[in-house]
Design a protein around this ligand. Structure first.
Ligand code: GDP
Ligand code: IMO
Ligand code: MG
Length: 427
């Protein structure tokens, strides 16, 4: 199976990084196709913890080439900081490739992200403050800066100036902030030009050639289905295409080349930032999940909002991504519960809905209808085959599979690379 998309099927932090890393040496290329350093992936290899933001998880496997696709927005400071940190820990980063068409996050967009959030007050999105939204807005508005602009200083200067003609008005007149200086911004960016030049590639050619040779390419999504700008809980979303379709536009490989689409879900669900969340727990079981699951953000350190598995969202994710497989993570976190609630449908203004409502107002009013599954007491972190799981854990997985409409191909029983039960190999 040479071309495989891995995406988040919930609200992010499902364990996509671990799921990609776990595929290991069977993968030749891992390409990040959306988002930027709003993402945070924790990967544990032989007890050693790595936190990645911009660099795709494949980087931790030395035979794999990590690629940053054109759909990504790149903060150059963060990129090189991450490269240096990984190199200092013995990871070879010489193979990293970056698309010439990827957009750059300039410092004024980090400022705009933060002041916009402050301006919104209690209507804020709860962004990561990394400049993601303003940079994608510039891209669509055709005033963005691209990696290739770093190699033509006069053009870069002109583009920065054109952007600041608009942005400085916003900064000064609307947000009462300081104007950005075009010379300073240009110089900040140009200092990376020589360093990034050897990494820059025609990513569509690179990946299509690899597929022609029969090599394996994994498209690693940042964020998730419910944070997707089109399919998520708009406006409480990120600004990129985090669903499977984004893998094609964000990398330059067409849909007919894709063999598998893998959704990653926790055995429960979490969310960071604002926005509706039908199964959110406000009682001690929410605190219990947060503590047991270590549910604190890798990027911002914020506590994650926690809730029970939402099968309505799972079915929706199966459809909008055309999932072929589900990776179910963090099953170990649920051990010791007497019973495990799963949301099978919503009640919205007195009416049962088995599928995602078409409008956001209804979703805000959705109340979960639960089915309860018997739990298990055993520690399952050392289990490596499905048959060795307690019967109730096997039954829980079967129920998730049935309710989500997609087979569960792999199960996470701990953060370590090896703490995985593979039922159907993905590559
Ligand atoms: P990502 O953004 O989707 O890559 O996910 P994050 O890395 O932000 O969050 C997932 C967290 O769960 C990380 O701390 C992982 O180390 C951890 N994790 C992943 N899979 C498992 C699992 O099966 N069990 C447990 N206990 N932790 C896991
Ligand atoms: P990974 O890849 C969870 C959320 C933010 C906020 C909203 C918009 O680790 O799963 P943004 O800064 O993107 O404009 O913020 O999206 N968000 C994430 N939540 N995991 C992520 O990434 C996220 N990236 C953004 O909390 O609600
Ligand atoms: Mg994360």
């Amino acid at each position: 199976m040479p071309a495989l998309i891995v995406i988040g099927a919930q609200w992010g932090d499902e364990g996509k990084g671990k799921a990609t890393d776990q595929l290991g040496t069977d993968v030749d290329y891992v390409v990040k196709f959306n988002g930027g350093n709003n993402a945070g992936h924790t990967i544990v290899v032989d007890g050693e913890k790595f936190a990645l933001h911009l660099i795709p998880a494949g980087a931790l496997t030395d035979t794999c080439t990590p690629v940053i696709g054109g759909g990504v927005v790149v903060d150059l400071d963060v990129l090189f900081q991450e490269v240096e940190e990984l190199e200092a820990r013995g990871i070879d980063m010489s193979k990293l490739r970056v698309a010439s068409t990827a957009h750059i996050i300039p410092s004024y967009n980090r400022t705009l992200d933060k002041v916009t959030e402050r301006f919104l007050g209690n209507r804020k999105i709860g962004t990561t403050g990394r400049g993601i939204g303003p940079t994608y807005a510039d891209k669509m508005n055709r005033i963005g800066l691209r990696i290739q602009d770093l190699f033509d200083a006069p053009i870069l200067r002109q583009k920065v100036e054109a952007a600041l003609d608009q942005k400085n008005n916003l900064l000064v007149k609307v947000f009462n902030s300081r104007a950005a200086d075009a010379d300073i911004v240009t110089a900040e960016l140009l200092k990376y030009a020589d360093r990034i030049k050897p990494l820059v590639a025609n990513v569509p050619n690179l990946l299509n050639d690899a597929l022609d040779r029969g090599e394996t390419v994994v498209f690693e999504g940042g964020q998730a289905t419910m944070l997707d700008v089109d399919h998520g809980t708009y406006p409480f979303v990120t600004s990129s295409s985090a669903t499977a379709g984004g893998a094609c536009t964000g990398s330059g490989v067409g849909p007919t080349r894709i063999d598998r689409v893998v959704g990653v879900s926790k055995a429960y669900i979490t969310r960071v930032g604002e926005g509706p969340f039908p199964t959110e727990l406000f009682d001690e079981s929410g605190d219990w999940l947060r503590e047991r699951g270590g549910e604190f953000g890798v990027t911002t350190g914020r506590p994650r909002r926690c809730g029970w598995y939402d099968a309505v969202i799972a079915r929706y994710a199966t459809r909008v991504n055309s999932l072929t497989d589900l990776v179910l993570t963090k099953l170990d976190v649920l051990s010791t519960l007497d019973q495990i609630p799963v949301c099978v449908a919503y009640e919205i203004d007195g009416v049962r809905h088995d599928e995602m409502p078409a409008d956001q107002t209804s979703f805000h009013h959705a109340k979960p209808i639960y089915e309860y599954f018997p739990g298990w007491q055993e520690d399952i972190t050392a289990v490596r085959s499905f048959e060795d799981l307690p019967q109730n854990a096997q039954d829980y997985v079967h129920a998730i599979e049935k309710l989500s409409g997609v087979r569960v191909s792999s199960i996470g029983v701990g953060p370590g690379r090896e703490q995985t039960i593979v039922r159907h190999p993905l590559v």
